[in-house]
Each structure stands twice: as C-alpha cells, then as structure tokens.
Design a protein around this ligand. Structure first.
Ligand SMILES: [Zn+2]
Ligand SMILES: [Zn+2]
Length: 310
C-alpha cells in the first residue's frame, strides 16, 4: 500500500490557528488567574488556548469557564487534565482532555493519589472521548509511562510528544519514544506539543499546535484536532509535505535540518543553510507503515508533523 500523498494539515480548508492545549491557572496549582493566563496568551499572538486545570477534588474538579475570555480574535476550548487510577509505576495517571462539556462528571480523585476504587486511566480517557473531548496521553517521559501503560489508553487521539513545562522543570519533555512504538504496533495517533504552563517557572510559550480549520471557533478547532489537521511547533512553520513516488517533499520556514523518521531506526536527514524546501528519498521508508517529519531551525527550535500512515 502506498503512503497518502499528503497530510490533513495541508489539504484541509481554512487557515492555521496557533494554540496551546495544556495550561493551568489558580483554579488548580497554576500561579495566574484564568483571565490573566488568557490575556498573556492572546498578547503573545496565540489564537486560542485550552485551560486544563487538574480535575481533582482538592480543587473542586475545575473545568474553567473561559467563555467570557473569548473575543473576535481569540477563542478558548474547555478542558481539564484528568487524574484517576494508577500507572504501572504506581503513580496517578495524567490524561489531557480538550473539548470537555462543563458538566463532565467528577472522577473519584480527592487528592493526587491513586486508589483501587477509582476509574482506571484508560477508563476516564474513554469517558472523556465519549463526552466529545480530544484526548491525549500527557507527558509520557515525565510520568515514567511504560509502553504497556500507553498501549492501554486505547481511546486516546494523541500523545503529547513535547511538553515545555517538563522540559524546563525536569528535562523530560519527550513523548516521541512511546508514540513511535505505538505507531509501529499499528495504532493511529496524532502528536501534540504543549506548554503545560503553570507560570511558576519559564514553562510557557515554548510548544504549541498549528491547527488548520475554516474558522477560529471551538467547534471547528476541536473537529480539526480530532481529524489530525495540525502540526506542532516551537517556532518553525511547516507549509507543505508531499509524498511522491520517490520522495518526501517538505516546504517550511527557513531551517537548518529536515529529518524524516519511520519505524525502528529508519531516519534520513538533510542539512543546509536557510533551507525552505527539501527532498528526502522515500526508499529508506519503503517497508514501514508510517513516517513523520521534523524540521530544526538555526536556533535549534523544532516543528513536527503528524505521522503519515498507510
Ligand atoms: Zn500532568
Ligand atoms: Zn499539566
């Protein structure tokens, strides 16, 4: 079977909207009010954010009402970071849910500790998906997540492949290791970069998604996220990715490296000066079921495509 010719981010109608999908406020353990968090993201040029406070009894199971912070140029998605049940290492699950209804029923999670009488992580993830949310496995490296843990969250749409707060606070930002293994097992997943901003350290404005949608509304953004019509970035822009008979063709903002990754050790890099396009031979990826693209600019900032899956 051949690869699709491109990705939804580059064929879907509309424009790219920049957003942060993982953020905390004083409704849980963040340092700033919901109003100030939204003001800062808007001032920094974001088109939307999701406030995703910790959905724990200690904080009265908050789903921040950010509707009053919407205006003509900025919107919000309702959401939360869900916590219930123990991972293999005995620690509490962290599941990111964006697009939750205001009346999403509380879990049985009074504190940040797992117990046997709670929903499991995979169960609360499935409940969030059933309620209409876009759901991601949060910060796998930071959590010490095993492959079996990640595999068990069968309802998840995405893996958080870069978490800026985990980068600044613990130098454990990665989710690619587990996401690549899940793709190689046959899962269809998208990949999100987020801030996980608490504003208690330099954990903000470092990783975001560029979502392609007809309009900057919660409904259109949520549909595009579920359809995988987006890419992730720390700065560089991805403008097009095409798969031809022999090449992967990439167009992007000026960068120093374009790298294509596939299953196992499959990877090819092209390096150059102020490159805005690159052609990578497809032959190295001929046997794999998926590939994805990373571009790196001269300052070391990255942009990441969603996987192309056949
Ligand atoms: Zn978390
Ligand atoms: Zn968080």
């Amino acid at each position: 079977m051949t690869f699709p010719a491109t990705l939804p981010a580059f064929t879907a109608p509309g424009s790219f909207w920049r957003g942060n999908l993982h953020t905390h406020s004083t409704l849980s353990d963040g340092a700033l009010s919901p109003e100030e968090v939204c003001r800062r993201y808007k001032a920094e040029g974001y088109d939307f954010i999701a406030l995703t406070d910790h959905f724990v009894g200690l904080f009265d199971y908050p789903i921040a009402d950010t509707v009053p912070m919407r205006d003509a140029g900025f919107t919000t998605l309702l959401g939360a970071e869900l916590h219930s049940g123990a991972q293999e290492n005995g620690e509490l699950w962290h599941i990111l849910a964006v697009g939750l209804p205001r009346d999403f029923a509380p879990s049985n999670t009074p504190f940040f500790t797992p117990s046997a009488d709670q929903e499991t992580g995979p169960e609360i993830a499935a409940r969030a998906v059933a309620a209409g949310a876009f759901v991601a496995i949060a910060h796998p490296q930071w959590s010490g997540l095993t492959l079996a843990d990640a595999r068990s969250v069968s309802a998840a749409h995405a893996v958080e492949i870069y978490n800026h707060g985990c980068a600044t606070g613990s130098d454990r930002p990665d989710g690619f290791s587990i996401a690549d293994l899940l793709l190689s097992e046959g899962r269809a997943l998208s990949m999100i970069a987020t801030d996980d901003a608490h504003f208690s350290e330099p954990d903000h404005f470092g990783g975001w998604v560029m979502v392609k949608a007809p309009e900057n509304t919660p409904e259109a953004l949520l549909a595009a996220l579920k359809a995988g019509a987006f890419y992730s970035s720390q700065g560089p822009e991805l403008r097009d990715i095409r798969i031809t008979e022999r090449y992967i063709e990439v167009e992007c903002s000026a960068c120093a490296s374009v790298i294509v990754q596939g299953p196992g050790n499959a990877a090819l890099a092209v390096h150059g000066q102020s490159m805005t396009r690159a052609q990578i031979p497809l032959s190295r990826f001929a046997k794999g079921r998926w590939l994805r693209v990373t571009v790196i600019d001269a300052a070391g900032k990255r942009a990441w495509s969603n996987p192309v899956i056949r």
